[in-house]
Design a protein around this ligand. Structure first.
Ligand SMILES: [Zn+2]
Length: 277
């Protein structure tokens, strides 16, 4: 029997994953008896205080496990979670939401045939779902600790909120992934359309290093809308528009994600590719 670990609340203020872990564990265990399903609240301390994290971002902490960080709850928790997923062979699903208007997505950090096949199945069964490729060479994400894994990322929803569309969309994505996992072939083959992250775009900064422009009203909410050539992502607080240019077709994601302001990250550009496996 395949062991599947479903994590929610890796970011404590993303309520959708927390509530799926708390309210849907028994439903999915009954529905998929051929899977050994476990549901885990990944960051209970951050959820208690309704924050993304307590001491450091748990979903970046895995890259620092070689360091000593005795005062960090997430450092300690990342060790526990890594031990949990490495104990025996398992498939890892990590539930996330975004304030960006990305709709229903899954994010792959490893391009092995099983996860690519799950992406292909998902795109075939749910026409509004997309598959993002986000290779993670530093293994900073929880999902990157094992090759058989993916993140579910749905938006837009504010942090600390259950939005019915985002909540039901996440349940539907999880349901489809579990259904596919329960019937996955031993040697999957096929091809899948991937949106592969190629460039992080930062906000324009002033001479003091402060953000000097905001997302343009014509760009807000345009996640996955194709850009080719000139486009206008920002407006300065003085009113002036800022244009930019791509060298080929690009697809923006995570436009105006609330959690990325500290890093001054405005959005990420993807290239669309057909991945054979
Ligand atoms: Zn998250």
């Amino acid at each position: 029997m395949k062991k599947v670990l479903v994590f929610g609340g890796t970011h404590g203020n993303e309520f959708t994953g927390v509530w799926i872990v708390e309210k849907y564990a028994e439903f999915f265990k009954k529905k998929y008896p051929t899977l050994r399903l476990e549901f885990i609240l990944a960051n209970p301390e951050a959820h208690k205080i309704n924050k993304r994290f307590k001491d450091e971002d748990l979903n970046r902490a895995f890259q620092f496990l070689h360091e000593k960080r005795p005062d960090s709850f997430e450092h300690h928790r990342a060790r526990e979670l890594r031990d949990m997923v490495l104990k025996e062979e398992c498939f890892v699903i990590d539930l996330h939401t975004t304030t960006s208007a990305m709709g229903k997505t899954i994010i792959l950090t490893d391009y092995n045939p099983l996860v690519l096949w799950l992406g292909q199945e998902l795109a075939a069964k749910m026409s509004d779902a997309r598959v993002i490729g986000s290779p993670d060479p530093n293994k900073k994400y929880l999902a990157s600790q094992v090759p058989s894994s993916l993140m579910i990322e749905v938006g837009p929803v504010a942090n600390g909120l259950l939005d019915p569309v985002v909540f039901e969309g996440t349940v539907a994505l999880l349901d489809q992934i579990l259904l596919s996992l329960s019937v996955a072939p031993a040697s999957p083959k096929g091809e899948v359309e991937l949106y592969v992250e190629v460039e992080d775009v930062k906000y324009p900064l002033d001479e003091k290093g402060q953000i000097s422009a905001y997302i343009h009203s014509g760009f807000q909410g345009k996640d996955f809308v194709k850009i080719e050539g000139n486009y206008t992502p920002f407006r300065r607080f003085s009113g002036e528009e800022i244009t930019s240019k791509t060298l080929g077709p690009r697809y923006p994601i995570f436009i105006n994600e609330a959690a990325y302001y500290p890093q001054k990250l405005a959005y990420t550009l993807c290239e669309k590719t057909l991945k054979k496996f």
